[in-house]
Design a protein around this ligand. Sequence first.
Ligand SMILES: [Zn+2]
Length: 374
Amino acid sequence: MKEDYYEVLGVGKSASAAEIKKAYRKMALKYHPDKNPGDSKAEEMFKKSAEAYEVLSNPDKKARYDQFGHAAFDGAGGFGGGSMNMDDIFSQFGDIFGSAFGGGGGFSGFGGFGGGGQRRVKGSNLRIRVKLSLEEVANGVEKKVKVRRKVQAEGVSYATCGTCGGRGQVTKVTNTILGRMQTATTCSTCGGSGQVIDKKPSDADAQGLKVQEETVSIKIPAGVEEGMQLKVPGKGNDAPGNGVAGDLLVAIETEEHLTLKREGDNLHYDLYISFSEAVLGTSKEIDAVGGKVRIKLEPGIQSGKILRLRGKGISSINGYGSGDLLVHVNVWTPKELNKEQREFFERMQGNENFDPKPEKSDKSFFEKVKDMFS
Ligand SMILES: [Zn+2]
């Protein structure tokens, strides 16, 4: 079981963006690897708090997390939000604790993270849309999509940036009314990576990248909704040099089903039966997401009755069971009658059996709707 992101940062669910940022900064400084060399517990906490901050500092992700919990990101596996590596943390949140560790000189390095203010440049994200049928939404699906992503061209070699000497930052001294101020800014020649292209083949762009088509497999968990966004880490564009690849962001679109209407995890189906079927009872095949389902209707079933087929709805994205399939029974009143039929119904007028006698179990429409949501 993953820890709650709010608990990781030690803030309440109603914490403001500023409070969340402040809480994260405190955690990041406390567990910073430079302060806790070789302490794997501290590193774990450092990563955990970064992951929590990554989600809670992004209004979009925060809203999804508040609604769906961790399931909004892990689903059937492979989606982001999950474990960030050190490079991600420094490239995304470096500014938050950078100054406390002296920007220009600080990092003593771990896992190939170089000295100075050099940072791993992250490649840009790619976005695609994936359209799903209701069946795919109900059961989850693995989609293979072709993505045109920038990858490092073969034969590209890099050299240390001459402008910043590989530090990734340049220091500027300015005179202000408060005295001389020294500021470090990201090197504009190399974009902070500390490297520039030395040699590249003719088919590579200025960054040494070229576009390549790649098939990416995306696992989509059951229960996703229109407008949700999933992340496939590292399947965006590559970054030049020793940078890390961006992410592939997958926007979910859903197709309308011909006969089934979705409402949360429940599905609704309108069933029409004839007057005589309602009187005599019948059995009917109806659409469900797993295929057809046969249901039995008792003699004397009332129009407006709702039959609930438990678990035949959409699997919950949180992994807590499934919704139901609600079958709305509509009795079709004949509009045309032949002579014999007309005479029969005329004879039945005032007949006791045909008089409406609603019982407690024949709930009113409003009671049924109330039940459905309880
Ligand atoms: Zn540079």
